[in-house]
Design a protein around this ligand. Structure first.
Ligand code: GAL
Length: 635
């Protein structure tokens, strides 16, 4: 596959006379794709039924004639004022019951039937107009489901839909009462009409109620997306895409992705490091101009799974963003490196956000490839460098040797009942992922129901209940590392009897658990320790903590880990397991990572210092990798 670059463009923001020159410059930079349209509803339909398609027809034509392939966005993340007046109940309500109103974007509740139909209607009209236009080579549906915390809504529409969802799931109210354990505080219901959403309670709501509400809310996203998919499928053969986000777990991305052809995500490495990272201040300062070296990779691997092999970066940070607490300039070279890193993980395309920096409205300080005065911003030259380097290159993402199971339902379970302040399923999974990457391993992220054929090792951190994975692990012959907290709940969010972990092939029990302050580590005599979380295990001990409590049970080939390993324990335990699996392991320094894709091995350096490549990576070409540089060779 030939890697391609693209850019996000808003023809409605610029005088029409500027479009041909913009298009020519995009082509000159080597860009292949241009995404347009996703916020343009008020310019397409100013009043209900008062359409103006002509400008968009001309924009598509100008861009297409220049040689660009268009990604057409449906504009349903930004319903105009008249739509909101027509559907006064369409706004989401926050946890306190306050309206999340008009004046920015994503001001809709996924459960509102009227708005879903309105969204499908505009998608249909766009499909009728552009679905067979050969210039339009892909579609993006909506924009960033969940951005600005918009999956969960406590509206009347959500409440009514939740009751219907519960009735369909449980059939009768006593089954729900039992599944949720509602006898506990006299919370039993007499009929589904008595169930409300799990907000505005005096103290914490029942976690079973919360997890079902999260499942329901996720299903509402799937349903909303599907309404547009169903309309567009009849009108176009071009692939349908959505652009997901970083560290967003409020809906099941695998389920949305199952209806689409390609997954894409919006990668803002420096914004993410500032805004949604658990790394300490020293790390954040050291990598402030490049980002966290494993964070983008994690999402590349995750969205490859969501897209069932086909994925893009739909928005790539080109310079400072406007939305994190601090927004530094990227180090020179990063706009190039981030694109190459995505290609190394199998991205078909990487599109920079955005072409020209906007002089108006909310994102005035968000960089583009051009400045507001149309002079080149630093990333323009880097994009041109990527397209020149990629010319003639073919990259195939091959299956990785290691699989990491990542599950959205488990994110909701531990958010509903963390039991310790730090317990967060994304954070736990990401720590395991980082451990694998420090060992120099390429990773596939998988949903729990994926086949495990061909993997040498599978990691299962924090999986709430075994589900379909139990059967695949029964026949899987590679190395398995599971835990902590895996298999310790029923699907109803209760403690199972027999108690966890119930890992096939490893007899043992989690007798009790404790969560720990970050300054109370449990030391492991062989190195490192457990942080935040530890379990008191019964079973055949593989390792015993300094205080005499089994830390791991089973064998190196198939083990259950009764705690959250710190960085050094993670390195040791995963290194031992990977060696047992027959994999070559390294110890890469902070900032340097490798990724194998088909015949290529890529080395990526997020650090502001250089490294002797062959010293850290056996088989690498002689010489040094410069700060913020990327290098690749045939492996
Ligand atoms: C994304 C969004 C874009 C733009 C960008 C700024 O979340 O999809 O429309 O707002 O962030 O970084």
């Amino acid at each position: 596959m030939k890697p391609e670059l693209g850019v996000c463009y808003y023809p409605e923001h610029w005088p029409e006379a500027q479009w041909p020159e913009d298009a020519a410059r995009m082509v000159e930079t080597g860009l292949a794709w241009v995404r347009i349209g996703e916020f343009a509803w008020s310019r397409l339909e100013r009043e209900e039924g008062a359409f103006d398609w002509d400008w968009l027809d001309r924009a598509v034509e100008v861009l297409g004639t220049a040689g660009l392939k268009v990604v057409m966005g449906t504009p349903t993340a930004t319903p105009p004022r008249w739509v909101c007046e027509k559907h006064p109940g369409m706004f989401a309500l926050d946890e306190k019951g306050q309206v999340r109103g008009f004046g920015s974007r994503r001001h809709y509740c996924f459960s509102h039937d009227g708005y879903r139909e309105e969204a499908a209607r505009i998608a249909r009209l766009m499909g009728e107009r552009y679905g067979r236009n050969p210039r339009v080579a892909a579609w993006q549906i909506d924009n960033e489901y969940g951005c600005h915390d918009t999956v969960i809504s406590y509206s009347d529409a959500a409440c009514g839909a939740f009751r219907a969802w519960l009735e369909a799931k449980y059939g009768d109210i006593d089954t729900l009462n039992r599944a949720w354990g509602n006898v506990f505080w006299s919370m039993e219901y007499r009929h589904f009409g008595e169930v409300f959403l799990p907000n505005l309670t005096v103290t914490e709501p029942n976690p079973s109620h919360v997890v079902d509400f999260m499942r329901f809310s996720s299903d509402q996203v799937v349903r909303f997306n599907r309404a547009q998919v169903e309309v567009l499928r009849d009108l176009t053969d071009a692939p349908l895409i959505h652009n997901y986000m970083g560290r967003t777990v409020e809906f099941d991305h695998y389920a949305v992705g199952a209806d689409l052809d390609i997954a894409s995500w919006d990668s803002y490495p420096m914004g993410f490091l500032e805004d949604r990272s658990d790394r300490d201040d020293d790390f954040k300062r050291r990598f402030a101009r490049s980002g966290d070296v494993d964070f983008q990779a994690f999402h590349h691997d995750l969205y490859r799974a969501v897209g069932r092999g086909r994925w893009w970066v739909m928005e790539q940070q080109p310079g400072p963003v406007n939305w994190a607490p601090h927004n530094p300039d990227p180090a020179p070279g990063m706009a190039r490196l981030w694109a190459w890193e995505a290609f190394a993980h199998g991205a078909e395309a990487v599109c920079y956000f955005r072409w020209r920096q906007a002089p108006m409205a909310q994102e005035q300080y968000h960089a583009g490839l051009l400045r507001p005065d149309s002079e080149a911003a630093p990333a323009l030259g880097e994009a041109a460098q990527v397209t020149a380097e990629a010319a003639g290159m073919e990259i195939e993402a091959s299956q990785a040797p290691v699989a990491l199971i990542f599950d959205y339902e488990s994110c909701w379970a531990w958010a509903a009942q963390p039991q310790g302040a730090e317990f967060d399923q994304f954070r736990l999974s990401y720590d395991f992922y980082r451990g694998l990457r420090r060992l120099g391993l390429s990773v596939d992220i998988l949903p729990p129901d994926a086949p495990l054929d061909g993997y040498a090792m599978v990691l299962v951190p924090g999986l709430m209940h075994w589900g379909a994975l139990a059967a695949s692990l029964t026949t899987f012959e590679g190395v398995v590392v599971a835990g902590p907290r895996t298999g310790c709940k029923t699907p109803d969010m209760q403690i199972p009897v027999p108690m966890g972990p119930n890992l096939p092939g490893v007899p043992g029990t989690v007798a009790r658990v404790e969560s720990l302050r970050s300054d109370m580590p449990i030391r492991l005599p062989e190195g490192g320790g457990f942080q935040f979380w530890r379990e008191v295990l019964e079973g055949e001990a593989l390792e015993v903590a300094e205080d005499g409590v089994p830390a791991r049970i089973g064998t190196v080939r198939r083990q259950y880990l009764g705690g959250w390993p710190d960085e050094s324990a993670m390195h040791r335990i995963l290194g031992e397991a990977a060696t047992e699996a027959g994999l070559e392991v390294l110890d890469l320094p902070a900032g340097l990572r490798i990724r194998d894709a088909g015949q290529w091995r890529f080395a990526i350096n997020y650090a502001d210092r250089d490294w002797k490549l062959a010293k850290h990576i056996p088989g690498a070409p002689k010489g040094r990798i410069a700060p913020h540089d990327v290098s690749w060779w045939l492996r």
